[in-house]
Write a protein that binds this ligand. Structure first.
Ligand code: ADP
Ligand code: MG
Length: 382
């Protein structure tokens, strides 16, 4: 991919790039809706991502090219950075430029920039965090600020761009995993700090993503409603975030909560507990227990948090009956999207076909997209 993005840069701009950077996509391994409740989460950076190439220009023009839209876009470095329209990919790198001064960093002047990706967008693997972090490292590269910028700041710049410029109220999970990822490891994030650590992934574990391409029509509103229910539950329990209370305290105060708020809070608290148990099982190399906890997480999403869908449940139901599968769960916010399966090395074409057939039978012949990924290193100048 480094050769490919370099030759793309050459063919678009007719010269050599000064820096090539890469940031991976991520899988939410476990820790569902725990981030904005101050909890913990485990994610994996994967072997697919967004590559960026950049070189300075001295005429004050910022030029962007992506196969994503196949057009060369140009903005003067002297004008304030503004959004160019909701669905436009260039808002991600522009949002990064707009965020840099807020972190005490110099924004770049003129440059030529292009990117190339092997990460399908909108498939639950956070291509948005990957374009943010690869472009952040590219801009830090041409302004000579890579070495002095802590990794946590790079992560926060990406999140800032997504929250305040693109306008998606995501937590720290996506950028944190892309920024702190390490091959053969998972990233553990304590979202309150935030604090980042890596946990070794036992050998022989494989990830498969089954993307349903289904999305609940009211997904944004449902996401916001879950957030509100969690905050209401916390308030009724006398804390500011659910992470500050416990399952016994929740049980003792059950009558103070609506039936829904109780179920949401219980999901979040049990999920935080599951993150700790998965971390301990990973340290012991016990993949069967990890798999059981992944399935327990999904069932809790299905019945308590109610952010699963029939399509996601079909995939999990089929996967848990399939040989070589340790476990499976919805990955990401839910209300549609993708399921992740953790498997051993022998899981392959025959097993995938069986899962696809079970899905097609239940959902009018529809087929999920299937991707096999491994863990990969976090964002870096290459
Ligand atoms: P996800 O992060 O789950 O993949 P999002 O909707 O958050 O989905 O982000 C997808 C958006 O990110 C795309 O619509 C596009 O604007 C931007 N994007 C993704 N990949 C690239 C890329 N390689 N180059 C430029 N922009 C990209
Ligand atoms: Mg995203």
């Amino acid at each position: 991919m480094k050769t490919q993005v370099t030759s793309l840069f050459r063919s678009v701009f007719g010269r050599e790039p000064e820096f090539v950077t890469r940031a991976p996509g991520r899988i939410e391994f476990i820790g569902n809706h725990t981030d904005y409740n101050g909890g913990t989460v485990l994610g994996a950076s994967i072997d697919r991502g967004v590559w960026a190439a950049i070189a300075k220009r001295d005429d004050g023009k910022r030029r962007f090219y992506s196969k994503f839209s196949d057009t060369l876009l140009e903005f003067p470095a002297t004008a304030p950075v503004r959004q160019t329209g909701d669905a436009n990919w260039v808002n991600y790198p522009l949002g990064v430029i707009a965020a840099m001064p807020a972190f005490g960093l110099r924004a770049p002047g003129g440059f030529d920039f292009c990117d190339l990706s092997d990460l399908p967008p909108g498939s639950g693997m956070s291509s948005s965090a990957a374009i943010e972090l690869s472009s952040a490292l590219a801009f830090l590269g041409i302004t000579g600020q890579v070495e002095k910028t802590p990794r946590e700041t790079v992560v926060k710049i990406g999140k800032h761009a997504e929250n305040h410029f693109v306008g998606v109220p995501c937590g720290i999970l996506d950028q944190g995993v892309s920024g702190f990822g390490k091959k053969d490891h998972l990233v553990f994030i304590d979202c309150l700090g935030p604090r980042f650590a890596t946990v070794p992934m036992p050998a022989g574990a494989h990830f498969w993503i089954f993307n349903t391409h289904t999305k609940h029509a009211l997904v944004d509103g449902l996401y916001a409603a879950r957030n509100r229910e969690c905050m209401e539950a916390a308030k009724a329990l006398g804390v500011s975030l659910l992470v500050e209370t416990s399952l016994p305290a929740l049980e003792a105060s059950r009558e103070k909560l609506s039936a829904d708020a109780y179920k949401r809070a219980r999901h979040v608290l049990e999920e935080i507990d599951r993150v700790a148990r998965v971390t301990a099982a990973l340290e012991r190399g016990d993949l069967p227990v990890v798999g059981q906890l992944l399935v327990a997480s999904h069932r809790s999403s299905q019945h308590q948090f109610e952010n699963s869908t029939g399509t996601l449940d079909t995939l999990v139901d089929a996967l848990v009956e399939t040989p070589h599968v340790y476990g499976a769960r919805l990955t990401g916010g839910g209300f549609g999207g993708a399921v992740m399966a953790l498997t051993d090395a022998a899981f392959g074409e025959a097993e995938v076909s069986a899962v696809i057939a079970a899905y097609a039978k239940k959902h009018g012949g529809a087929k999920p997209d299937v991707l096999h990924c491994q863990t990969g290193d976090g964002a870096a100048v290459m």
